[in-house]
Design a protein around this ligand. Structure first.
Ligand SMILES: Cc1cc2nc3c(=O)[nH]c(=O)nc-3n(C[C@H](O)[C@H](O)[C@H](O)COP(=O)(O)O)c2cc1C
Length: 177
């Protein structure tokens, strides 16, 4: 069975990034994939700040990523880019950690002003890890309802766009088998 690793780069609890990623997790599970969900909040700040690439948790994440057929990576926009803590975690992964894997990038911002952060910041990071970035999804925070985590997206067009990105991601994984 195909495995997907989902990685959230939001330090916030609760987090709209997490809510969006968990919604997308359900969509990929419906397609028959198994998922492993990681948030940067699951990792020890000491590991991240002291660059402990050989810590048990980081080695386990690297192994789960290695075994995965695809990755979904999400971050809120912070200062027109992904979060610093997500980068702190990514810095500890081995070279080429996403090699030959389809990667679905998800970003969420306070407005559309930094829509291009997904192309100028997150996709280059995915490419450095040798992953294959899909087009991805950008949400504006008011489009994701925090008080309704099971069904957080109301807008019909956005729901369709989300489903269609999931479909492309699933197809990209199936083509590699
Ligand atoms: C420190 C900080 C910096 C932010 N910088 C931006 C920004 O540059 N552009 C933007 O559109 N939104 C920015 N935002 C808004 C967040 O991206 C937005 O509220 C997002 O939904 C937060 O996701 P979360 O609930 O997962 O933390 C910023 C928020 C914080 C806390």
């Amino acid at each position: 069975m195909s495995k997907i690793v989902i990685l959230s780069g939001s330090p916030a609890i609760p987090s709209r990034t997490d809510i969006s990623l968990k919604y997308i997790e359900k969509l990929v599970e419906k397609e028959g994939f198994t998922t492993e969900y990681y948030s940067i909040t699951d990792f020890s700040p000491i590991d991240l700040f002291q660059g402990r690439y050989d810590s048990e948790d980081i080695l386990l994440l690297a192994e789960k990523i290695k075994q995965a057929n695809g990755i979904i990576i999400g971050s809120p926009v912070y200062k027109a880019s992904y979060t610093g803590v997500l980068k702190a975690l990514i810095d500890l992964l081995p070279e080429g950690a996403f090699k030959d894997k389809p990667v679905l990038p998800i970003m969420i911002g306070g407005s559309n002003r930094h829509l291009l952060a997904i192309d100028y910041a997150l996709k280059p990071l995915i490419s450095i890890l040798k992953g294959e970035p899909m087009q991805g999804l950008y949400f504006v925070d008011k489009e994701v309802e925090k008080q309704n985590p099971l069904s957080p997206i109301r807008d019909e067009e956005l729901l369709n766009r989300t489903q269609s990105q999931v479909n492309e991601f699933v197809e990209a994984i199936q083509k590699r088998k």
